[in-house]
Write a protein that binds this ligand. Structure first.
Ligand code: PLP
Length: 398
């Protein structure tokens, strides 16, 4: 190479061929490196044919799969006890693409009404454009089976429903899905595999906004889908077509974050229980929504299907008052930032009526119980007493 012109040497020295040299070394990197390559190179035509024909293993093009997406998928599949997993460029793309992989025009979906607002909007507005009908039913209050139609394909809910923390009966929903030949997809974002493993309760696909606890540091936007090989293969085809795979850098960051998932989510949960118990007795609070509280109508159900003593890090409260009181509290929290997301290391506060569920009409907000006096806290990893004292101080300002 060094007999070539400068421009040629700059282009070819130290390129992907270097990898072949490394393959003969006695050492390997302790941590999987970031594969910042959009494509893989081949020595000859048969080598690429063999990969396309599933006769050999190898990577071709990073929109299809790449080492970092595969490595992080391996961690995710194992954490949720699924056979396979995929990672996406966001939670929304994970959910939209997974749902679109299993429904066709003329099909029907049955969903709980209290969902992340973006997914609610997708169900209500986008799917309608493709001739797919969605019925929203309170899975805990209603006889679900009477809403199932001959064209129903999918049951959809969240393990801990955003933002009111309702907990559906997962084994019951799995049984209904089996009885009627439906698929059952569940968004496990608020719980994570540390709190609940819906696949072990016979759900078909677990979905995540990995932007939240899986990433855990508010520094990536990502999504995931986990399930059996057959259903994940079906979704993989659409993921490739729609081009929404998570890139190498964010896949690597997600893998790094997953190393501490259990430690973090346990601490988020322990802190949240202490904060929820404090808020429950507070004179400025009308109601606390947290499945870990003995007073919660969801407590027994949650305790039966969650890991022992863990109920997640998310708490919603109805203040005594409305928008004015909510704004006062938000503006009176010195370290607890107002952010329309959740699950970072720091405690944050959000306001569903003004952020995640902003697109809801007044009637829709009433229907699902979201009010202008309602705040949602994502309890972080600080000392619980410090979190309590800061929230107490802000409530005193009302
Ligand atoms: N599911 C839940 C429960 C969420 O809270 C969110 C986002 O807040 C999403 C899905 C969408 O995920 P993303 O923002 O990563 O696209």
């Amino acid at each position: 190479m060094n007999d070539k012109a400068l421009s040629t040497r700059l282009i070819h020295n130290g390129d992907g061929q270097y990898y072949k040299k490394m393959a003969s070394y006695q050492s390997i990197p302790e941590v999987l490196p970031i594969y910042n390559t959009s494509v893989f190179a081949f020595d000859d035509v048969p080598s690429v044919d063999a990969i396309y024909d599933h006769e050999a293993e190898g990577y071709i093009y990073s929109r299809i799969r790449h080492p970092n997406s595969d490595a992080v998928s391996e961690i995710l599949a194992s954490a949720d006890e699924g056979e396979d997993a995929l990672v996406f460029s966001s939670g929304m793309s994970a959910i939209v693409i997974s749902v679109l992989s299993v429904v066709s025009p003329g099909d029907h979906i049955l969903s709980s009404p209290v969902l992340y607002g973006g997914v609610h909007g997708f169900f209500q507005n986008e799917l309608k454009r493709f001739g797919i009908d969605v019925t929203f039913v309170d899975f805990n209050a209603e006889d679900i089976e009477k809403y199932i139609r001959p064209n129903t394909k999918l049951l959809y809910t969240e393990t801990i429903c955003n933002p009111l923390m309702a907990v559906p009966d997962i084994p019951r929903l799995s049984q209904i899905a089996r009885r009627h030949g439906l698929l059952f997809f569940i968004d496990n974002t608020f719980a994570t595999s540390v709190v609940a493993k819906p696949l072990t309760l016979d759900a078909d696909v677990v979905l995540y906004s990995a932007t939240k606890y899986l990433g855990g540091h508010s520094d990536i936007v990502a999504g995931a889908a986990i399930g059996s090989t057959s259903v994940i293969d079906k979704i993989r085809g659409k993921l490739v077509t729609y081009g929404a795979i998570l890139g190498a850098n964010d896949s690597w960051l997600l893998a790094r974050s997953l190393r501490t998932l259990e430690l973090r989510v346990k601490q988020h949960s322990h802190n949240a229980l202490k904060v929820a118990e404090f808020l429950e007795g507070h004179s400025k609070i009308e109601k606390v929504f947290y499945p870990g509280l003995l007073s919660s109508p969801d407590h027994e159900r949650a305790a039966a299907q969650f890991s022992k003593g863990l109920f997640g890090g998310m708490i919603s409260v109805n203040l005594k008052g409305g928008e004015r009181e909510a704004s006062t509290v938000i503006a009176s929290l010195p370290t607890i930032k107002y952010v329309p997301s959740l699950a970072g290391t720091a405690t944050t506060v959000s306001y569903a009526a003004k952020t995640s569920h902003r697109s809801f009409s007044k009637e829709q907000l009433d229907e699902v119980g979201i009010t202008y006096g309602q705040l949602r806290f994502s309890i972080g990893l600080e000392d619980a007493e410090d979190i309590i004292s800061e929230i107490d101080g802000a409530l005193d300002r009302i």
